[in-house]
Design a protein around this ligand. Structure first.
Ligand code: PEP
Ligand code: MG
Length: 320
């Protein structure tokens, strides 16, 4: 079985009736980009840049960031790379930022909230990303977006930085896509409104499940309640994908659900365009997709949207 899985690793993910999906990897460091390509990734759907910050004793400079992003761009050699801007706070700390202790860190001062409050952090990172975009196919993505004005503020900083680089004559990709993570229910519910302004969505099920179901993703006591097959989560995913397609945009998923072969028929049926996962899940998911029939998956997804419990959705997918 394992040997036959290897055969799928470097092939496109294609259903028996010929529908292909883009399969990408999640990475945290430039070194992982190499493993991603070897594992069969057609791109990077999530580059978690916070590791660059967490592994340092002081704030990485623009040049240090540029070198890291450029290295990933070059390793991926023209394959798309979605770079997520700093997602710190919540469970991830940065000693040199001395963030205040919070009662509810996951509902607090984190990610885009912190970056918009300290815009020099974001503009430095965006300069580094834009400069690196000259060396490959980079896209930028903002985490923890809960309302449209956060996106507009972040996009305005992006435009300012791009204008500076233009004036300085520094080359960058003028066509770089700018998207958001959908990991807060408010963003999923307003997907139609967002879809007019963003270039793409990437669904972060790890946080989306936590916020939709009010279940702490780190708390083992409530782990049985933490379930991406909960129909409420499935409806939000459906809503986001449909909204993006109506606007001619694409939707990816970079949360853990994308790497679960059991979820594959559902995600295929809902029309998920790009699937980003740990590199070692790629062959299993590509293999699973090869066993699917896309038209049947669409019907399956329609059925799933009628169900009332996670157990029923799992059972429909053949899981327990
Ligand atoms: C997510 O929330 O699903 C996600 C991919 O981001 P992270 O796990 O880094 O919060
Ligand atoms: Mg997240």
């Amino acid at each position: 079985y394992l040997k036959s899985l290897e055969e799928f690793q470097n092939q496109p993910a294609k259903t028996s009736d010929g529908k292909t999906f883009e399969i990408a990897a999640n990475i945290g460091t430039p070194a992982e980009a190499t493993a991603a390509v070897e594992g069969g990734a057609e791109g990077v759907g999530l580059y978690r840049t916070e590791f660059l910050f967490m592994n340092a004793t002081s704030m990485p400079t623009e040049d240090e960031q540029f070198e890291a992003y450029k290295s990933v761009a070059e390793t991926m050699a023209g394959r798309p790379v979605v770079i997520r801007t700093l997602d710190i706070g919540g469970d991830k700390e940065l000693p040199y930022l001395s963030l205040p202790h919070e009662m509810n860190p996951f509902l607090g001062y984190r990610a885009i909230r912190l970056c918009l409050d300290r815009p020099e952090l974001l503009s430095t990172q965006l300069r580094a990303i834009l400069r690196a975009s000259h060396y490959g196919k980079l896209k930028v993505m903002f985490p923890m977006i809960s309302n449209l004005s956060e996106f507009r503020q972040a996009k305005a900083i992006f435009r300012e930085v791009a204008e500076q680089l233009r004036k300085e004559g520094v080359p960058f990709d003028e066509a770089m896509e700018v998207g958001i993570m959908v990991e807060i229910p408010s963003a999923a519910l307003l997907a139609d409104q967002f879809a007019r302004e963003v270039d793409f969505f990437s669904i972060g099920t790890n946080d989306l499940v936590q916020y939709t179901l009010a279940v702490d993703r780190m708390n083992e006591k409530v782990a049985p309640l933490y379930d991406y097959f909960h129909p409420a989560v499935v409806h939000l995913i459906h809503r986001v994908i449909d909204a993006s397609h109506r606007a001619g945009k694409w939707t990816g998923m970079c949360g853990g659900m994308a790497g679960d072969p059991l979820a594959a028929p559902l995600l295929a049926g809902l029309g998920l365009d790009e699937w980003s996962m740990d590199a070692n899940s790629i062959k299993k998911v590509k293999h699973k997709i090869s066993t699917l029939h896309h038209e049947e998956c669409k019907q399956l997804a329609e059925q799933a949207l009628q169900l009332g419990t996670a157990e029923e959705v799992r059972a429909l997918l053949g899981g327990k």
